[in-house]
Design a binder for this molecule. Structure first.
Ligand code: SF4
Length: 355
């Protein structure tokens, strides 16, 4: 029996404490362990916009751990390519929080790496999360424009260097994400599903889903997250691959889901609207980085007409010459290129408006 604990509401600190207390988390963290907390700060943006972990969840978790005698606590993260983790730390109050609790704060973009052998080949992983005794992942349950959804497994992508993030995209994301789970294993997962964006990884259209979950297996948590979102886990290849490579086990009907408070008027879990698929119908994508693709999707969202020319994006277009609009440095062979790596949503929007 592998329970998932579920809290309902929109009060992150109280929900966090409720989940940790009900699951008696302190009893399975080894005394004296070094604890690493990995939130999702993919971009420097408010959690209310649906992309990042609520800061109060991190604070509630630290409060709980300290009350139970744990002192060696670090927060660690690396935002996506093109975003400075320090900007996210500043905007979301991490410096003040680290000072208040006396915990360490690490930008993993500056961390050393170690090369590990995985089922998808050698992979560089940041040393801090690898060397921490008890890694706690705090993902946001969200939609993702390339992998359909993102939660615990993909949150670990913030523990690799930017060069490796780009390489993950060149490998099609799914295999490397699953392979990373075989070498970097969070011991606890606390999911922020209070107002995740069910379409965009980088937020902007949050949906009030008013839930948090706690579990210990990222494969189980992600397959359960799919179920909540009305997605067949088979649509998200990295989940099945991670299970196949024994990084965890899929959620089954036998796994109990234990509510820790009264669901009250919690809404039924809304389904993703399919907005991204509609917006990107005419986009040819080949190994595009998340930041690049996400910026394009945002630009298309704001555009009041659909360009008639083909739009190409991704590392797969490097060195090719073609007619149409190319997004980013990789598509410099297009008849019209939006420069940058990644180009901003605003620059893409300005270019598309002229077509
Ligand atoms: S241009 Fe875009 S797809 Fe190419 S490497 Fe840069 S961010 Fe990635």
């Amino acid at each position: 029996m592998r329970p998932i604990y579920m809290a309902y509401g929109d009060r992150p600190r109280e929900m966090t404490l409720g989940l940790l207390t009900a699951s008696d988390t302190a009893s399975f963290v080894p005394q004296g362990a070094s604890i690493g907390i990995k939130p999702n700060l993919v971009v420097a943006d408010s959690p209310e916009r649906g992309a990042t972990t609520h800061t109060e969840i991190v604070a509630g978790l630290i409060e709980y751990l300290m009350e139970h005698g744990f002192r060696d606590i670090s927060i660690m993260e690396s935002s996506w390519v093109g975003e400075g983790t320090g900007r996210a730390f500043s905007l979301l109050g991490y410096h003040e929080m680290a000072k208040r609790f006396g915990v360490k704060l690490y930008d993993l973009k500056k961390d050393k790496t170690r090369t590990l052998s995985t089922p998808a080949g050698d992979m560089k992983v940041c040393t801090r999360p690898l060397d921490t005794d008890f890694l706690i992942s705090l993902p946001v349950l969200k939609g993702h424009c390339q992998t359909v959804m993102t939660c615990a497994l993909k949150n670990s992508k913030g523990c690799i260097p930017d060069s490796e993030k780009r390489r993950f995209h060149s490998l099609g994301l799914h295999r490397p994400i699953a392979a990373l789970a075989t070498v970097l294993k969070p011991r606890l997962i606390l999911v922020d599903s209070i107002c995740g964006d069910l379409n965009f990884e980088e937020g902007g259209t949050p949906v009030q889903t008013k839930r948090m979950m706690l579990g210990a297996d990222p494969v189980q948590i992600d397959s359960f997250g799919c179920r909540l979102m009305g997605i067949d886990p088979k649509e998200v290849s990295y989940i099945g691959l991670a299970a196949q490579w024994k990084a965890g086990e899929l959620f089954t009907e036998d796994d109990p889901v234990i509510p820790v408070n009264d669901p009250g008027g919690a809404p039924a879990y809304p389904k993703p609207s399919g907005l991204v698929s509609r917006l990107t119908k005419n986009v040819r994508q080949d190994k595009a980085c998340s930041a690049c693709f996400g910026n394009l999707v945002h630009a298309l969202y704001r555009l009041d007409h659909r360009p008639t020319e083909p739009i190409c994006i991704g590392q797969g277009f490097q060195g090719q010459r073609f007619e149409g609009i190319g997004i980013g440095r990789c598509c410099s062979g297009a008849s019209c290129t939006v420069p940058g790596c990644p180009p901003s949503a605003l620059d893409i929007l300005k270019a598309l408006r002229k077509r």
